[in-house]
Design a protein around this ligand. Sequence first.
Ligand SMILES: NC(=O)C1=CN([C@@H]2O[C@H](COP(=O)(O)OP(=O)(O)OC[C@H]3O[C@@H](n4cnc5c(N)ncnc54)[C@H](O)[C@@H]3O)[C@@H](O)[C@H]2O)C=CC1
Ligand SMILES: O=C(CO)COP(=O)(O)O
Length: 338
Amino acid sequence: MAEKIAVLGAGSWGSVLANMLTENGHNVMLWSRNKGQVEQLNNEHLNPRYMKDFVYSAKLKATTDMKAAVEGANVVLIVIPTKGLREVAKKLNTILTELHQKPLIIHATKGLEQNTYKRPSEMLSEDLSPENRQAIVVLSGPSHAEDVAIKDMTAVTAACEDINSAKQAQKLFSNSYFRVYTNDDVIGAEFGAALKNIIAIGAGAIQGLGYHDNARAALITRGLAEIRRLGVAFGANPMTFIGLSGVGDLVVTATSKNSRNWRAGYQLGQGKKLQDVIANMGMVIEGVYTTKAAYELSRKRQVQMPITEALYHVLYEGEDIKTAISQLMDRDLTSENE
Ligand SMILES: NC(=O)C1=CN([C@@H]2O[C@H](COP(=O)(O)OP(=O)(O)OC[C@H]3O[C@@H](n4cnc5c(N)ncnc54)[C@H](O)[C@@H]3O)[C@@H](O)[C@H]2O)C=CC1
Ligand SMILES: O=C(CO)COP(=O)(O)O
């Protein structure tokens, strides 16, 4: 059944998901705060800053007016970086109150909030009143926008404690090249999504330094161990970390040149300065901020996250990457399952 869907956020992921939902037969309105971007999407069906050379469906409509995008929508998909999520959620809440609407909320944000360490669904449940929304579903998994745009085979997870809402999201997005599974473990899905970006920066950095396959495999595997450790400490199901939103997303992000986090790490490994890397990316590098949040959270909760800690020292205290790697390798020898 065709649904009316508002998509908030027209960066690489939001715009490609909006396009896919349009091609799935839904009536989609894409919201962006940027007037020039909206005009170019509506008139030329292009969004070159985020998706160079990709031509969007002529049926996809964009607007800078959030109220117009949301009016009549029974589903709102939020694809805003963690940093801007509360601002957008608060605005959405006011609009939903005015419109007396109660849509299903789906989000695809991957990060943890600075200082509070909250997951995106926790932020949304605080800023969107219960009378203005149905359940909150997390859409997560190995899914670079660039691959979805060219209709490459992709599988992701729709996670929600209310399994019927997860199934509703599953139906909206699934098609011949985009397969959606359901999961009821929101905590695991969101920790997997946020923390894999840290390991992806590390994987890029070791490749930028000239290390090879063994090093990358070691980093990914031990990275997964510490992602799982933190997630489980907060109540996640350990099985989620061997699923799409865990190892699946970790593998794609830590091995792909399409990943903004991997690319940032690679440039750091080649000796570029963090501020220059951020300034030149032009898109969000969530892992830079998640590294700080996860490092602080792991210390508070007394969970060992040696790779995250090493990257924190590199990104926030100016430690040399090679020194950080030596320190990681020189730690006391231990059991794999500790
Ligand atoms: N790019 C990808 O392939 C994927 C990205 N994600 C996640 O989706 C989220 C968004 O990522 P991208 O689309 O890649 O980011 P992006 O950097 O390409 O675009 C972000 C968009 O959000 C808008 N925005 C940021 N702050 C805002 C605010 N306060 N108010 C209004 N608009 C605001 C920007 O103007 C921009 O249009 C991130 O959490 C990312 O980790 C998840 C899966 C895949
Ligand atoms: O989450 C992603 C793919 O699943 C996108 O990762 P990047 O933000 O590193 O590009």
